[in-house]
Design a protein around this ligand. Structure first.
Ligand code: SF4
Length: 250
């Protein structure tokens, strides 16, 4: 973990010449599920400060330049998709970890695409810097707003104050955004989802989605345990009563 954070600090603090590229781990050329209501391309950026036990993108966690995907090629692809795609989503990993994220967004925005960002909220200052350029944000909420629980859900990194700061920034900005939680039964109970939902609703969040946890390699958690959140009718009613938009992504 420390090496990731050391690299992160270098990228955030060093001058641009030392971290002059965008490190891409993958590209989805056509998606209708990553930006609500829009046809989007998704660029998965490398690097993440967290190590969530339910992570499906472990190959994106390390921030390095070992990749077969290059920024100039992605931009070339986008130039050919003008009029076909509505938007480009910056996902990860944690896209706001990269030094050149603001410049990258500027370059894509200049091509005429709407901009979406998927983030865990660990970089509130970078989020605030990018927001004037961004049209939609998907903010992951990993656990109830209790410090130790949140830390456990993200693999041992103290994170809650930064996540709450990011949430406040989004609420104050009035940008279109959703919150969502991956329901990993090893980390969360139905009661925890109530806690999260109450805290979000009290702050004024309008959109909250539950995502089914897909068992990672080696995990023997049953499908039944993973689906319990989606079969609890009281919870479903509660969420539908407290948010304008709720989705259950099974
Ligand atoms: S924030 Fe996302 S990419 Fe990072 S460890 Fe967690 S699940 Fe994986």
């Amino acid at each position: 973990m420390s090496s990731v954070l050391e690299f992160e600090n270098k990228c955030l603090k060093a001058d641009a010449g030392k971290c002059s590229s965008i490190f891409i781990g993958g590209i989805e050329k056509f998606s209708v599920v990553d930006y609500p209501g829009k046809i989007a391309a998704v660029v998965f950026l490398k690097g993440c400060p967290w190590r969530c036990p339910f992570c499906y993108n472990t190959h994106l966690q390390k921030l390095d330049n070992e990749t077969n995907f290059f920024w100039h090629e992605f931009k070339h692809f986008l130039e050919k998709r003008k009029g076909v795609l509505d938007a480009v989503v910056f996902s990860g990993g944690e896209p706001l970890m990269q030094k050149r994220i603001v410049e990258a967004i500027v370059e894509v925005k200049a091509l005429g695409f709407e901009i979406g960002v998927h983030t865990g909220g660990f970089y509130p200052e970078i989020l605030a810097e990018t927001l004037p350029l961004v049209d939609w944000v998907g903010l992951d909420i990993k656990a109830p707003f209790e410090s130790e629980h949140y830390k456990k859900a993200v693999g041992g990194v103290e994170s809650l104050p930064k996540v709450l700061q990011s949430l406040d920034i989004l609420l104050k900005s009035r940008i279109n955004f959703e919150t969502r939680t991956t329901c990993d039964p090893r980390l969360l109970t139905v009661e925890d989802i109530y806690c999260i939902a109450k805290a979000l609703s009290a702050r004024g969040v309008k959109k909250y989605n539950l995502q089914r946890y897909r068992q990672v390699e080696g995990d023997t958690t049953s499908d039944e345990a993973c689906e319990i959140f989606f079969k609890d009718e009281k919870l479903i009613d509660f969420l539908e009563a407290n948010f304008e938009v709720v989705e259950f992504r099974k």
